[in-house]
Design a protein around this ligand. Structure first.
Ligand code: PLP
Length: 395
């Protein structure tokens, strides 16, 4: 059996999305900027897709800009805002952002910007008073993700947006993991800039969206032609734009019923794994969490080893303890939460989708405890022989 529980990494493209895209490769291949009918008919499809994306997040179609990926949307939001506000040199973000935001902000710090990275508590929650205190007259932008990709923890975006709004600071939210899974209504939530990515909601990789609230001024990252009303130059990726529109339509149609089903599957998986494997804990706030995500630490075992053995029995998930170039560097998200060393290296993220079945969850519940047991038998560490944390003080 093959079980894919890594949907926060990427999702399968929905068959309906593939079907919607196909005509735009070989029949309807016109350039939307062309004057002839090959072009104008395609421009109409792009417009329809813009309407579908806007409908998913309660936006106006004119506020939707198609980009090449979620990363591009995040970077355009942050750098595009700073370029428009040259006198403001302060950025506020969190310690748990995706590298698309984190690396950009840290690079900007290297360029002379002042950066505040807000911490989170043991459940991965932000302190709004800390955020309030961090904003100064120098602050150009606050960037806080809607939902965390590793733990699924959801931040209080409504409150944060209102706070930024009241202080006249531009607010950007990376909603790459939230869009399609959570209700987002930009007509009610005063977020100025919002990033989305197609491949997290069953459309292909390599297509993203930047929502730009009407009136928000940002400089484009890609300059050139007049596409996307000068906000993102480059000939439109029509098949992917059409695919994303269809994916948003499907997400809107299925979201509420699928969330209930997927959440029940996730909860069953989590409950059974915790019961069947001793010394296991859930990382992050279990109350305010994406319905499809659970991040579980299995103490005294390595995440990479768990993944390898899971892969042998056909189950795919991911670990927060990436083994990069020989040095074990645990996830910055789990470190920010303060997950103990004995747990952080054995953390596994399971992320489900609307294609996850009951049988797949049954199979995972049956297989995974065996994997953990096997690894614990050969682990040099246990509750009786504690891990020598001091030698890992740097991680
Ligand atoms: N932001 C978050 C929260 C993500 O999870 C991801 C992808 O994993 C990205 C941004 C980047 O999106 P993309 O892969 O489309 O560049």
């Amino acid at each position: 059996m093959n079980v894919y529980l890594d949907n926060n990494a990427t999702t399968a493209v929905a068959p309906e999305v593939v079907e919607a895209m196909m005509p735009f490769f070989q029949e309807r291949y016109g350039n939307a900027s062309s004057m002839h009918r090959f072009g104008s008919s395609v421009a109409h499809d792009i417009h329809q897709s813009r309407e579908k994306v806007a409908a998913l997040i309660g936006a106006d179609p004119s506020e939707i800009v198609f980009t090449g990926c979620g990363t591009e949307s995040d970077i355009t939001a942050i750098r595009g805002t700073l370029a428009r506000l040259p006198d403001k040199r302060h950025i506020v973000t969190t310690k748990v952002e995706h590298p698309a935001v984190r690396t950009t902000c840290r690079w900007l710090r290297g360029q002379g910007y002042h950066l505040t990275e807000l911490g989170v508590d043991h459940k991965g929650r932000l302190d709004l008073d800390e955020l309030r205190a961090a904003i100064t007259d120098e602050t150009a932008i606050v960037s806080v993700m809607w939902a965390n990709n590793e733990t699924g923890v959801i931040f209080p975006i409504q409150e944060i947006a209102e706070l930024c709004h009241s202080r006249g600071v531009v607010f950007h939210s990376d909603a790459v993991q939230a869009a399609g899974k959570l209700r987002i209504d930009m007509s009610k939530t005063p977020v100025d800039l919002l990033a989305m990515s197609g491949h997290k909601l069953h459309s292909p990789k390599g297509i993203g969206v930047l929502y730009i609230r009407r009136g928000t001024k940002i400089a484009p990252l890609l300059m050139g032609g007049h596409q996307e009303r000068g906000r993102r130059a480059g000939t439109e990726n029509v098949p992917y734009i059409v695919g994303l529109g269809r994916a948003c339509e499907l997400a809107l149609e299925h979201r509420d019923e699928e969330n209930t089903r997927v959440k029940a599957l996730r909860d069953r998986l989590e409950r059974e794994l915790l019961t069947r494997s001793s010394s296991s804990i859930v990382n992050g706030d279990t109350e305010n969490r994406l319905p499809n995500t659970t991040n579980i630490s299995f103490e005294y075992v390595e995440g990479e080893a768990i993944l390898l053995l899971m892969d042998q029995v056909g189950i795919a998930a991911s670990t927060g303890s990436a083994c990069a170039s020989g040095s074990l560097e645990p996830s910055h998200v789990l470190r920010a939460i303060g997950v103990p060393f004995t747990c952080v290296h054995g953390s596994i993220r399971f992320s489900l989708s609307r294609y996850t079945t009951d049988e797949e969850i049954d199979y995972t519940i049956e297989q995974l405890p065996r994997v953990i047991e096997r690894l614990r038998e050969i682990s040099p560490y246990s509750a009786d022989s504690p891990v020598p944390t001091e030698i890992h003080a740097g991680s």
